[in-house]
Design a protein around this ligand. Structure first.
Ligand code: MSP
Length: 511
């Protein structure tokens, strides 16, 4: 059994921005945590390449859609590499294997008698690739997300019988663990309670899409196509591409991570489509908040995005990872502010964690011949050990409930508490009298041991910073023992050599 986790499949109308990096970092961190905890993981990400939005982008660029998609998809792949994203599967919806899965799926849904021809009339947002209800009395008819004027559509489309699944969807969302966080669940409960309407799943004016097998001039609606990317991603066998193969490889997903704007598609339309095809529904859908700038959603269409590559070269990826994962509660929106960003990195990583490690290592080197001191069990002072065990327990609890901000805060609090421990005991005064050497050894050992565990706890969140901490302590990570086992107190070897300390992260300057 594998733990299957997915990012959304990103539109390739433009290169990735910080909003797309955000969700992907969250999933990366969770995937790393699960692997470290001994689980098998399938981490799926990829790109959504079809539809009117992409077709138009290619036309404006003066290129054909496939060339455009190849270029932008490569940018996503490169970005994921730059950010150390440890995905297992990267799916492109313009791939042949994906097309085969969409066709297989369509046949199943048709067999369930859930497809019929009808007429679709309404106001459409090309940015969302979605019809917007209740526009008749709106004077502006603009999409609140993209701020673009909606377009009127009136055409013959295939429809999916969503209404048939009303009670099954009600039962599904009744389970509080299906949609997280709970405010988002209430939105969906409210939406479903108004009665589900059938939705159109084909288009006649969009050539850049997968052709509906038996109906000339119809291509599949981009969402009907894209959602299946989660399934086609896990098909391995190129000679035997089928839904059954994907099902055997690990479907259903354990969790879909998505932004709150596309929750309806994932928590209502998608499960109904799967039920129609006789497939299992995902176990959980997590609708996170938006990254904003000046309070407005950061987005390609709005042109207020932060360029991830610039952020890497200016601040380094560990700094950005920490800010996004620790400072923003997953369910809420998070505003990106330069001053706050610099303050958080300097306080949390450079001062609290970095200085703790460097000053303790320096003291140890000076007083104990460049080594870790002996762990003299002279005193009854096991307060750091007890604190550590409690912190690890809380950290696991928060990671398992996807509260990454709280898991990160556990690590920071652990470092704050360890600084306090050191400052209260003042080994630099005790060391002046030789009689205190055993007590000082014990204090320094406890603090170094805490930094080792802090480094390990940082591994799924800040992998590079974590290995820098490990290097400062003499490269202790070992492959023989599991990460869990390495979290046990007392594994730092007394008398082992401590390398010369250097800052694990540079302090940032205000702009
Ligand atoms: N292609 C669809 C998803 C199909 S999934 C089968 C799509 N793509 S998108 O590129 O427009 O958005 C992808 C994800 O990025 C969405 O979850 C969206 O919420 C998220 N974000 C886009 N801008 C964002 C922010 N400013 N902040 C956080 N997430 C943001 O929708």
């Amino acid at each position: 059994m594998s733990f299957v986790i997915t990012t959304p499949l990103y539109y390739v109308n433009d290169k990735p921005h910080l909003g797309s990096i955000y969700t992907t970092l969250i999933c990366d961190s969770i995937a790393r945590y699960k692997r470290l905890s001994g689980e098998k993981v399938i981490f799926i990400t990829g790109v959504d390449e079809h539809g009117l939005k992409i077709q138009r982008t290619a036309i404006i660029k003066g290129t054909d859609p496939q060339t455009h998609c190849d270029e932008v998809s490569n940018l996503f792949i490169q970005n994921w590499k730059d950010w150390d994203i440890t995905y297992d599967k990267f799916i492109r919806t313009s791939s042949n294997k994906h097309e085969a899965i969409v066709n297989d799926f369509y046949c199943r849904v048709k067999k369930s008698d859930d497809i019929y021809m009808g007429v679709q009339k309404g106001w459409y947002c090309v940015g969302c690739e979605e019809f917007k209800d209740n526009q008749d009395n709106s004077p502006t008819r603009k999409c609140p997300i993209h701020q673009k004027t909606l377009e009127w559509k009136n055409e013959e489309n295939l429809f999916f019988r969503l209404s048939k699944y009303q009670s099954q969807i009600e039962d599904l969302i009744d389970d509080p663990s299906f949609i997280q966080p709970k405010e988002r669940r209430n939105e969906i409960i409210n939406f479903v309670s108004k009665g589900l309407k059938d939705f159109s799943i084909s288009r006649t004016n969009v050539s850049w899409g997968i052709s509906v097998p038996d109906i000339p001039n119809h291509t599949f609606y981009v969402w009907f196509d894209a959602l299946l990317g989660y399934v086609s991603a896990i098909s391995n066998d190129m000679n035997n591409i089928s839904l059954n193969e994907s099902i055997n490889n690990g479907w259903p997903a354990d969790i879909h991570f998505i932004g709150k704007d596309i929750l309806r598609f994932h928590a209502v339309y998608w499960p109904a489509m799967l039920l129609s095809a006789g497939m299992k529904v995902p176990k959980k859908v997590f609708g996170h908040g938006f990254l904003t700038r000046e309070g407005q959603k950061m987005g390609k269409s709005l042109g207020n995005v932060l360029d991830p590559n610039q952020l890497i070269s200016k601040y380094g990826k560990e700094a950005v990872r920490w800010y996004l994962l620790k400072d923003i509660s997953l369910g809420s929106d998070g505003d990106f502010q330069n001053k706050r960003f610099v303050d958080i990195i300097n306080n949390d990583l450079a001062n609290t964690i970095g200085n703790l490690l460097n000053r303790t290592s320096s003291m140890s080197r000076k007083w104990f011949d460049n080594r870790v001191p002996n762990d003299e069990k002279l005193s009854n002072d096991n307060s750091l050990e007890l604190y550590s065990n409690e912190a690890i327990k809380n950290y696991k609890k928060y990671f398992n409930s996807y509260e990454l901000d709280l898991a990160s805060k556990v690590i920071l609090d652990y470092a704050i508490n360890t600084n306090l421990y050191l400052n209260e005991r003042q080994p630099w005064i005790l060391i002046k009298d030789e009689i205190n050497i055993p007590i000082v050894s014990n204090i320094i050992y406890n603090v170094l041991e805490s930094t080792r565990i802090i480094g390990l706890l940082l591994l799924p969140i800040l992998p590079n910073l974590s290995s820098k901490i490990d290097n400062q302590l003499g490269s202790l990570y070992d492959n023989k023992n599991s990460w869990y086992q390495q979290l046990s107190w007392g594994l730092l070897q007394p008398n082992s050599i401590l390398p010369k300390p250097k800052p694990i992260i540079e302090k940032l300057e205000y702009e």
